[in-house]
Design a protein around this ligand. Structure first.
Ligand SMILES: C[S@@+](CC[C@H](N)C(=O)[O-])C[C@H]1O[C@@H](n2cnc3c(N)ncnc32)[C@H](O)[C@@H]1O
Length: 292
């Protein structure tokens, strides 16, 4: 209920909308109170084009009919399970606001670890070439290019729709050192060699029950699923990466919470050295890397 059924309370102010919206999300999506509140704040901030401080300091503010209609539409979408990032058409990643659509994965905070590890391996000087495989919205490629305007980043994806979104992000954020390419993994890269190959590929098992829950229900399956054990794409990338890496180059792969040991084995079998896995903030082995 967005507007109370009681005529005496027909118009809710900002503070009341925040409270009632949060309660509805807690019940409908089983969110904890603080997550529900943050989500409603995001929706209200987007509708009113204000920051969080404004929301907190103007609890008496009444929304005009257009604002209220837009907020109702967004809240309805969220109550139906649609991810906030798709409803608002954007998600922040590594401090950059990226356009996202249902054609792209919603970039996750976990992936910032992959970016950090890649950035740490870029030498301070000299020409460095980076390849981002399965770029989606362009998140990884754009952040690396933004942090290091001196490097050349090539970003590939097999989805033309995702690449269109990535192109918009590249244009808007003016990361002119990113080149986007349509390619089935390495297929279009011929003899190209890179100093760092980074990828957050699809890695979910085809019958994983989590695919029926939460935000992933709305995300493109091609960005999520990778065969019966979730490792089909990682197997392909690990097997083919070496011929596309310069001497001393690194391959860095994000993977699922229980896949680190198997991914390490795949990299060792493919002839990589210094193979190790790095834990994310939750203590989960999230990225595995190796050097040629
Ligand atoms: C998990 S998403 C990662 C998106 C983005 N890099 C991120 O971290 O937010 C995996 C991406 O791989 C792409 N992909 C799937 N199969 C592919 C293939 N065979 N070749 C190239 N890209 C592929 C999907 O379209 C999707 O954009």
């Amino acid at each position: 209920m967005l507007i109370s059924e009681s005529p005496a309370q027909a118009i809710l102010n900002l503070g009341e909308l925040l409270k009632s919206g949060s309660k509805q999300l807690e019940v409908a999506l089983a969110l904890d109170p603080s997550s529900a509140r943050i989500e409603v704040q995001c929706l209200l901030q987007a509708v009113l084009c204000v920051n969080r401080a404004y929301l907190l300091t103007h609890p008496e503010r009444i929304l005009n009919p257009d604002e209220l209609a837009r907020y109702s539409e967004l809240l309805m979408g969220r109550l139906n399970g649609e991810p906030v990032a798709y409803l608002l058409g954007q998600r922040e990643f590594y401090g950059l606001a990226l356009k996202v659509t249902p054609d792209t994965l919603i970039p996750r905070p976990d992936t910032e670890l992959l970016v950090e590890l890649a950035l740490q391996r870029i030498p301070p000087y000299g020409a460095t070439r980076i390849l981002d495989m399965g770029t989606g919205s362009g998140a990884i490629a754009i952040v690396i290019a933004d942090q290091r305007p001196d490097v050349e980043v090539v970003a590939v994806d097999a989805s033309t729709a995702a690449l269109k979104v990535a192109e918009e992000n590249v244009q808007r954020l003016q990361t002119n050192n990113v080149r986007l390419m349509l390619s089935d993994w390495f297929a279009q890269l011929d003899g190209d060699r890179f100093d760092i190959i980074v990828s957050n590929p699809p890695y979910i098992e085809a019958d994983d029950i989590h695919l029926q829950q939460g935000d992933v229900r709305f995300e493109p399956l091609r960005a999520l699923i990778s065969g019966s054990d979730g490792l089909d794409d990682i197997r392909r990338i690990a097997a083919d990466a070496k011929v596309h890496l310069a001497a001393g180059g690194w391959l860095l792969l994000e993977h699922g919470y229980d896949q680190a040991e198997r991914v390490r084995l795949l990299l060792l079998q493919a002839g990589f050295h210094k193979v190790s896995s790095v834990r994310d903030l939750a203590g989960i082995e999230r990225v595995t890397l190796g050097q040629v």
